[in-house]
Write a protein that binds this ligand. Structure first.
Ligand SMILES: C[S@@+](CC[C@H](N)C(=O)[O-])C[C@H]1O[C@@H](n2cnc3c(N)ncnc32)[C@H](O)[C@@H]1O
Length: 237
């Protein structure tokens, strides 16, 4: 995406203000390894902490059957399975940086939805192997926290590139509205940053807007003490 000078200044301002950052440089290789190791047990965490937010995000996305949908960072595929059910006549594509996660999840999805067109690739959200303006909707849950700030901008630009103008981008970020949770998260994230990442607060929304998305709707929900912020955004044409 080409930025105008004032857009660039705005983007640099947001990044500059990100002073508390705990992921100053990319840690994608460590993240790939750690999620590969937990691929077999990750569904438990998704079930305990993410299921409620997934359902709200699905409602926000309002996926139409027969369309082209991309999920970025599919993990163990709980959301991807819902997408495949709603878009049974369409094309469902997932990516995950961990080849183990992508393979385990694809096998499960093919068992659950044998007649639906589904594919999951081991690839990096920062440089995705798709043509410009391919997808009607893109979904992405709990990924941005794991990325360094420059990588968040690269990822948002990639999502914008592969999304059709006017297409929707639904994402879930970890909420930051509970102090007990924020404190526990800071400790966890210091111990294993490649697994926990960093909370985004409002900066996620600011970056979304700076990268060419209009924020349409948002909602916060808590499950098992774990807060999630669900955001529906639209790509400017
Ligand atoms: C916290 S899990 C979330 C999984 C799933 N989206 C969910 O809602 O439960 C983060 C996932 O992002 C993947 N991931 C991390 N960095 C990535 C990147 N740069 N590109 C693609 N996937 C990435 C990890 O392998 C992991 O499966």
């Amino acid at each position: 995406m080409a930025y105008t000078n004032s857009e660039l200044t705005n983007l640099e301002g947001i990044l500059e203000n990100w002073r508390t950052e705990r992921i100053p440089v990319t840690i994608a290789n460590r993240t790939r390894r750690i999620y590969g190791l937990v691929a077999g047990v990750y569904p438990v965490s998704s079930y305990l902490f993410h299921a409620k937010a997934h359902r709200i995000a699905l409602d926000f996305a309002n996926i139409q059957d027969g369309t082209k949908v991309l999920e970025v960072a599919v993990g163990s595929g709980e959301m991807f399975s819902h997408i495949a059910k709603r878009n049974a006549k369409g094309l469902n594509v997932g990516v995950d940086i961990s080849p183990e996660m992508a393979a385990v999840t694809l096998r499960r999805i093919q068992r659950e939805h044998p007649s639906v067109d589904c594919t999951i690739e081991a690839s990096d959200a920062r440089a995705m192997p798709f043509r410009d303006q391919t997808f009607d909707s893109v979904m992405c849950c709990y990924l941005l926290e794991l990325l360094a700030s420059n990588d968040i901008v690269r990822t948002l630009n990639e999502v914008r590139r592969v999304l059709k103008p006017g297409g929707t981008f639904t994402l879930i970020m970890i909420g930051q509205n509970r102090e007990y949770f924020n404190r526990a998260y800071r400790v966890a994230s210091k111990l294993v940053p490649a697994f926990w990442g960093q909370q985004m607060d409002r900066r996620g929304l600011e970056l979304l807007e700076a990268c060419g998305f209009e924020n349409v709707r948002e909602h916060t929900v808590t499950q098992t003490l774990y807060p999630s912020r669900i955001v529906l955004a639209r790509r400017h044409s």
